[in-house]
Design a protein around this ligand. Structure first.
Ligand SMILES: Nc1ncnc2c1ncn2[C@@H]1O[C@H](COP(=O)(O)OP(=O)(O)OP(=O)(O)O)[C@@H](O)[C@H]1O
Length: 249
């Protein structure tokens, strides 16, 4: 038995003649950040969509905590602890920071139809929300409207919302995109701590962040994993340099 928290086996997805993912088998193990890198059009978004349930694979499987979730909906996978962040922002801009996180905690509590105003006075939910905000460094902003947050703070808030799910695994789609140097620095520090809570499958173009954070890197080119290894192994791989970084052999 594999000790992977999240596992794909032989995922294939074709769009007409194009193999967007071609036999992709990757593992995400407890405590690690596993980065998926690759040039534009390599199949990273297609892979994430199959892992999270937005796109059905033509063949292959996805397992979460040893259970086959390939046929499960996105919502069922989220309830099972697969926390996806960043590509789809579900923040309510007019609500406060705390309200946004309570809304997440409300969904995770299995009481989604409870009146909203009552949810806000439910100490068990606000305590979960405040703990998540503390974790991402936004507790002092909890009464601010979401719209007043900086771009980087909104990304931290998305992590806080994901934390209320008690995630078993994070799938993060370009968390550094659009962040300045300071924002990237803060997000890198946050992800570095979060891996202890739940492992992170990280799709990211920012190589400084990837090299700083990843325990393992898999390189996707034309839908295939062409290399998988530690930061040092990937950096020194001539296959990767030629296929991805575009250098001469
Ligand atoms: N719905 C679709 N229909 C047809 N082709 C698609 C579809 N979605 C993706 N593709 C194609 O599949 C390939 C992989 O795309 P994908 O978006 O997964 O790559 P990516 O690695 O995420 O790229 P980027 O880094 O630019 O976001 C590309 O050639 C893309 O044009």
């Amino acid at each position: 038995m594999s000790d992977a928290i999240l596992q794909t086996r032989n995922l294939k997805k074709r769009f007409g003649a194009l193999a967007a993912t071609d036999d992709v088998s990757i593992d995400l193990r407890a405590g690690e950040i596993h980065a998926i890198i690759g040039p534009n059009g390599a199949g990273k978004s297609t892979l994430i969509a199959q892992i999270c349930g937005g796109l059905a694979p033509d063949s292959g499987t996805v397992h979460l905590m040893g259970r086959d979730v390939t046929q499960d909906s996105t919502a069922d996978r989220a309830r099972a602890g697969l926390a996806r962040t960043f590509q789809i922002s579900a923040l309510a801009m007019e609500d406060t920071v705390l309200e946004n996180v309570v809304l997440g905690a409300l969904g995770a509590s299995g009481r989604p139809w409870q009146f909203w105003t009552r949810a806000l006075s439910d100490r068990s939910l606000t305590a979960i929300a405040e703990a998540a905000l503390e974790r991402v460094g936004l507790i002092d902003q909890r009464h601010m409207r979401c719209a007043a947050l900086s771009h980087g703070q909104r990304r931290q808030l998305e992590v806080a919302v994901a934390l209320t799910l008690s995630p078993k695994a994070f799938v993060m789609d370009e968390p550094m995109a659009g962040l300045g140097a300071e924002g990237s620095h803060q997000m890198t520090a946050l992800l570095d701590q979060l891996r202890a809570e739940a492992p992170i499958l990280l799709v990211e173009h920012d190589m400084d962040a990837v090299f700083a954070l990843a325990d393992r890197i898999s390189v996707l080119v034309y839908g295939k994993v062409i290399a998988s290894g530690s930061v040092d192994e990937i950096r020194s791989s001539s296959t990767v340099r030629v296929a991805y970084l575009g250098e001469e052999a």
